[in-house]
Design a protein around this ligand. Structure first.
Ligand code: PGA
Length: 261
């Protein structure tokens, strides 16, 4: 049994509208030459959602539209927020939740992350739930405990049916935007641990089919080694998703690794 990889570009709060348009056009043109098994998702800042959904909805499009955040609330008097039903209205298919930058700068707790996941799942969107330890937790050997607690407080509260529609991104905080990547062995060790947690709660089949992807300074040079690990189903790419050539090379690495596994 094998499954294709998934590569998700997280643009974070970057790019002018013109730059965003150029990046999408460049990615689209490059991907038009490929017959891809890998699923590709682009997550721009919310205000550019329509730009991405317009391209993603084209018949021969090779990518899906995602966003980086959603409100934990339904609808109503929540100034500045965007609801999951609005994402669904705009034909957005994926949404990142619980990114460490949101946990750190915007006080997003596991409870809030869970509420956001449920909002998305209720609207048939796919949450990409981020977890991962900081450098102190890694150095003190607590990284497995930290990730287990994050999974238990979020993923373990889902029904099996909801779990089947959820992606988990393991992103060690010390590797995000730092240029310091987890070694393939470190990524594999943690991601196999996460899969065992899923197995314990939801069974072998759900654990096998759950997408667990790696994020943190993943780039064109290290992607193939990381994606070739048996429990790594792809990547969540920040900085390197802002350059079309680099992002395409990462997608190529995912294709190659997907055929090897
Ligand atoms: P990075 O970011 O690839 O720039 O390290 C990854 C992420 O934060 O999703």
């Amino acid at each position: 049994m094998s499954k294709s990889k998934i590569v998700i570009g997280n643009w974070k709060m970057n790019n002018s509208f013109d730059e965003a348009e150029q990046l999408i056009t460049d990615i689209e043109e490059s991907l038009s030459d490929y017959q891809l098994d890998t699923e590709v998702v682009l997550c721009p800042p919310a205000i550019y959602a329509e730009l991405v959904t317009d391209h993603a909805s084209l018949e021969d499009s090779k990518f899906y539209a995602g966003l980086q955040n959603v409100s934990e609330y339904d609808n109503g008097a929540y100034t500045g927020e965007v609801s999951a039903s609005m994402l669904a209205n705009m034909d957005v298919d994926f949404c990142i939740v619980g990114h460490s930058e949101r946990r750190k700068y915007f006080g997003e707790t596991d409870d809030i992350v869970l509420k956001k996941m449920v909002q998305l799942l209720n609207q048939q969107l796919i949450p990409v739930m981020c977890c991962g330890e900081n450098i102190d937790e890694r150095k003190s050997g607590n990284h497995f405990d930290v990730v287990q607690k994050q999974i238990e407080a979020t993923i373990y509260k889902l029904t099996p049916e909801q779990m089947e529609r959820t992606i988990i991104a393991y992103e060690p905080i010390w590797a995000i935007g730092t240029g310091e990547t987890a070694t393939p062995a470190q990524a594999q060790e943690m991601m196999s641990f996460i899969r065992s947690l899923i197995e314990r709660k939801f069974g072998t089949e759900v654990a096998f089919y759950t997408y667990i992807i790696y994020g943190g300074s993943c780039n064109a040079s290290n992607a193939l080694n990381i994606f070739s690990q048996p429990d790594v189903d792809g990547g969540l790419i920040g900085g390197a998703s802002l350059k079309a050539d680099e992002f395409i090379k990462i997608i190529e690495a995912a294709e190659t690794a997907g055929k090897e596994n």
